[in-house]
Design a protein. Structure first.
Length: 106
């Protein structure tokens, strides 16, 4: 699993029948800044993930990838490699708040 920021969405009008009705998001994985350990920084990569929770652009989410992406009831029969499995409220590292959804809403 990894933390990612939703940076956009993908619209595909023609796709496999099993994928119809599934929202696709562009997600950018984030990691802990290894020098300061006080913030999340982009890894510089992007993925497309199926959204089963109603995530939106600008929101931090929890993503799982690979065969684990097909282990949820909503995705068990889908040809996918990444799925949003959580909407992140906060991230705490070494007793310090690194991210809070409530702080980013202001």
């Amino acid at each position: 699993m990894f933390v990612a920021l939703v940076t956009g969405s993908v619209v595909a009008t023609q796709k496999a029948e099993s994928m119809k009705g599934h929202k696709l998001l562009v997600v950018e994985p984030y990691r802990l800044d290894d020098t300061s350990r006080d913030r999340l920084v982009s890894t510089g990569r992007t993925f497309i993930a199926v959204d089963t929770l109603g995530a939106g652009e600008g929101q931090f989410v929890l993503v799982t990838q690979g065969s684990s992406a097909r282990l949820t009831p909503e995705t068990k029969s889908l040809p996918i490699d990444a799925v949003v499995i959580g909407l992140i409220d906060s991230v705490r590292i070494d007793g310090q708040n690194i991210f809070s959804r409530h702080d980013s809403e202001n």
